[in-house]
Design a protein around this ligand. Sequence first.
Ligand SMILES: *[C@@H]1O[C@H](CO)[C@@H](O)[C@H](O)[C@H]1NC(C)=O
Ligand SMILES: *[C@@H]1O[C@H](CO)[C@@H](O)[C@H](O)[C@H]1NC(C)=O
Ligand SMILES: *[C@@H]1O[C@H](CO)[C@@H](O)[C@H](O)[C@H]1NC(C)=O
Ligand SMILES: *[C@@H]1O[C@H](CO)[C@@H](O)[C@H](O)[C@H]1NC(C)=O
Ligand SMILES: [Ca+2]
Ligand SMILES: [Zn+2]
Ligand SMILES: [Zn+2]
Length: 488
Amino acid sequence: MKNSLFCVAFIMSLSGFSRTLPISLLKENSKPASTSDLRLATDYLQQFYKLEVTMTNRTKRSTDLLSEKIKEMQHFFHLNITGTLDTETVEVMKTPRCGVPDVHNYSPNGEQPKWYKNVLTYSISQYTYDMPSAVVDSVIDSALKVWSTASPLSFVRTYSSNADIIVQFASYAHGDSFPFDGPKGTLAHAFGPGNGIGGDTHFDDDELWTTGMEGFNLYLVAAHEFGHALGLSHSRNPSSLMYPTYKKRNTGGNLLSGEDIAQIQTLYGPRSGLQYFYPKYNMRRLFFPWRLQSIIPLNMQDKCDLNLSFDAVTDIGQDILLVKNRYLWIRHEQGPEIKEGRITDFIPEINSDIDAAYTSGGFIYLFKHSRYWTVKKSHIKGRPKSIYMLGFPYSVKKIDAAVNIKSTGNTLFFVNKMYWSYNETAKSMEMFYPRYITDDFPGINTAIDAAFEKNGFLYFFIGSAVHKYNYNIKSIVETKNANSWLGC
Ligand SMILES: *[C@@H]1O[C@H](CO)[C@@H](O)[C@H](O)[C@H]1NC(C)=O
Ligand SMILES: *[C@@H]1O[C@H](CO)[C@@H](O)[C@H](O)[C@H]1NC(C)=O
Ligand SMILES: *[C@@H]1O[C@H](CO)[C@@H](O)[C@H](O)[C@H]1NC(C)=O
Ligand SMILES: *[C@@H]1O[C@H](CO)[C@@H](O)[C@H](O)[C@H]1NC(C)=O
Ligand SMILES: [Ca+2]
Ligand SMILES: [Zn+2]
Ligand SMILES: [Zn+2]
């Protein structure tokens, strides 16, 4: 739902308040509530409990309304329900907090707003001077990870003004009709899922933002706000991240309560397995440093960029490995889970991009210029070898793509408009090669970027497209965006 931060923003005149105090708002000890407490309470209840009274009209009805709203707020915070501005109530009202109301904003169709995709983009449009921007980047990333570890959601940074979640630090009025209020009071707010401003998350730059215990801890506040950006509302449980007031707490452990997890999973379902964790290829050791420090993978790509092309793709058993520059993704046959990271995080010895890849006999072969590596269980076997040992002429300087055909056991190597066929058993190039790609694969008329085989079909990646090829009928049977293999 769009603009779901607040439903009401009534502007009220409070000028008449000091003269006649409504009897029901006296404190329990009969001292009248001070003018400043009343003003605080009225502001607070308007902002967070949808109080809608006109104060030019000090009727019994309007004071009853105010008292009802005080009770509602006291109920939310597990206070004694007195309907008066007692000390505990005023204390809670003075506590710095999130700017999103505590009462639900139901959408017109009664549905809780959510994102209808699992990969969300975010950008940081305006920084604070309280900390270096690299620190803000890292804190924001970590705060989003709080939610991606508990849900199938993942977050990709972009520098685009079209990001789903735009993060901004701002003071007072900042263009969304919910101005901030200077130091303390409201710390931040976020808009629920939706187009435009939906998902956007704003921090009051009149607060002191820190990574420690002084001022306000940006990680804690951001993690809370991102909960709203994903569609969660406030919790009455003080141990939940979605509790509305700010509490200093340890940032080392898991921030989410069981209730927070249940809330996010109600909207998006559970997370299947662990991201960045790939035991099947013996990558556990390599992944622990990552998971412990929760460091963002460097050079992370926007995998849903429509123009994304791949350098190399290969099938590994039921999984598919896709490579672009120094970055790779591993897509599982079952489930939506996709692992990703720098190549070197999976295979430490490889610190470059690669041209082509194929899998045969339990080994993955990765090609870079005129050399190739043999990889088993995320480790290089031996030294890189020369492609000329495979039988290529010296005129070939690099391989565009490679794919092992399971039915014959032969591996096809694509180089510009030609391709070779290599007999893995005989360990030699077949005779009568190279041949023109287009002669044997009609419909494929240009050089290709990457190829793999799955379920008897060949998949040719050319630029941002992938062609599904049936080589029995020698024809393209389907064309999609290359990154459709990444769930985009
Ligand atoms: C006071 O408010 C009531 C409704 O809440 C309205 O009917 C009445 O006209 C108002 N009186 C004045 C003097 O504004
Ligand atoms: C609620 O009222 C009881 C009895 O008056 C008092 O002891 C207690 O401190 C109050 N609690 C809160 C949270 O106001
Ligand atoms: C894709 O590439 C084309 C041409 O290179 C460019 O005009 C377009 O803006 C790109 N689109 C995206 C989403 O990057
Ligand atoms: C590969 O070479 C082996 C041994 O020379 C031969 O038996 C086999 O038929 C060849 N495979 C293909 C697909 O030609
Ligand atoms: Ca503030
Ligand atoms: Zn909040
Ligand atoms: Zn705002």
